[in-house]
Design a protein around this ligand. Structure first.
Ligand code: PMP
Length: 405
């Protein structure tokens, strides 16, 4: 019955099967062992350049110990929503620490980063307001906007003239909220926050920044995009996730006490979903403590980032100028992107193919991400293999005599 009812959908859904037939299917690969910078898949060791664990902390003994201790004290799950039986002391402590870390009055933990955006963006601006998005904002921001019933307008990526023309066209008294990624998740570039804040002040719009990829990465001690630009007070709402630098799972939003209190009692993705287990809160707390107490890890992340960015640029790759731990290698062809990823996998380097709809059709790319814990040997090994596979497949834009300078 279900086959017949959904036949029209399944009929057009051929891409994964085609990739499998071509031996290029890159998704849902079970990892047998994870050591942050290296993983075991199908019994084989791979260098990990496709993880968001920027600080490389998921195997840190203090974090593992904190998670185990939380399981011993609270069990494996809260078995309920934050609103009812799903708030442990660890959740409350983590919220206080996070608010302090990003420089806001109050914070609220959601079950994932995705739900944080869903539950924040959808709850604050209603059907009479306007949500203004960068066209490359994360999917969770787009879904949150849709749920809000507000009018949703998009400006061209990081294009401040386009943002201004949208703001100018809207009635003064209408509620407007600009939502941007701090560091864009696929391209790795940073939003022009000073210009955004200036326009927002002029046209009376609220500003929300998604710091999923910026927390632990930029700003004082890794406290995010607003801190990086010295604009913490000018940004109204900051959200981020635990699934990247904080070595756990979950998400949070930080803002004024009133905003957080409103979300606590009105945000449906918060109220009607189970909270993160205390072990996940304990892991994030321990990671935050390590990030605050060991700033040399941030230095290592940036040293590795600059090293890899310089190497891929001098190899002649089409990449960006931003130099953040997210390093895109633009291939601009879906098939070649999958082929490049698969060949690297065979050579022992794990990277992620990013094709439409995650990025516009002509921008398909291989996304590499750097960790603080990558060693120079690991970086060199990856660079050597990338050069080998790129030469084999002819994906360089311009050769710089093939030498890393
Ligand atoms: N925002 C951005 C910019 C992201 O890249 C992601 C995840 N990739 C999220 C939100 C959602 O976070 P999570 O994976 O913790 O749900």
């Amino acid at each position: 019955m279900i086959q017949q009812a959904l036949h029209h959908k399944f009929e057009k859904f051929t891409a994964p099967a085609e990739l499998k037939r071509a031996g290029l299917y890159p998704y849902f690969r079970p990892i047998e062992e994870n050591r942050d910078t290296e993983v075991i898949i199908q019994g084989k060791r791979l260098l990990m350049f496709g993880s968001n664990s920027y600080m490389g902390l998921t195997n840190h003994p203090k974090i593992k110990e904190a998670a185990c201790k939380a399981i011993a004290q609270y069990g494996s799950s809260c078995s309920g929503s934050r609103f009812l039986n799903g708030t442990s002391q660890l959740h409350v402590e983590l919220e206080e620490r996070l608010a302090h870390f990003v420089g806001k009055e109050s914070a609220l933990i959601f079950t994932t980063g995705f739900q944080t955006n869903l539950g924040t963006v959808s709850s604050l601006v209603g059907r009479h307001g306007v949500i203004i998005l960068d066209e490359l904002d994360h999917a969770s921001i787009i879904e949150g906007s849709r749920l809000s019933f507000a009018r949703v307008l998009k400006f061209a990526h990081n294009d401040m003239d386009d943002l201004e023309s949208i703001l100018k066209s809207l009635p003064k008294e209408q509620i407007k909220m600009i939502v941007v990624d701090g560091i864009f998740s696929m391209e790795g570039d940073v939003c022009p926050l000073p210009e955004i804040v200036q326009l927002a002040n002029h046209y009376k719009a609220l500003v929300m920044v998604d710091d999923a990829h910026a927390l632990g990465v930029i700003g004082e001690n890794g406290s995010g995009t607003a801190s990086h630009f010295g604009l913490t007070d000018e940004v109204d709402i900051i959200m981020s996730t635990f699934s990247k630098s904080l070595a756990s799972v979950g998400g949070f939003v930080a803002s004024t006490k009133e905003v957080i209190d409103y979300l606590k009692h009105n945000s449906r993705p918060l109220i009607f979903s189970a909270s993160i287990p205390p072990s996940a809160a304990a892991a994030a707390l321990a990671a935050l403590e390590i990030i605050e107490q060991e700033p040399e890890r941030l230095d290592a992340l940036w040293r590795n980032t600059r090293y890899l960015a310089k190497a891929v640029r001098s190899l002649g790759f089409d990449t960006n100028e931003a130099e953040t731990p997210i390093i895109p290698l633009y291939i601009r062809d879906n098939h070649l992107t999958f082929h490049f990823t698969q060949r690297l996998f065979e050579e022992g380097v794990f990277v992620n193919p990013v094709v439409s709809p995650a990025v516009p059709g002509d921008s398909s790319l291989v996304r590499m991400s750097v960790m603080a814990t990558h060693t120079l040997n690991q970086l060199d090994e990856a660079i050597e293999k990338i050069e080998k596979v790129a030469t084999e497949l002819g994906v360089f834009v311009e050769r710089n005599e093939g030498k890393i300078v």
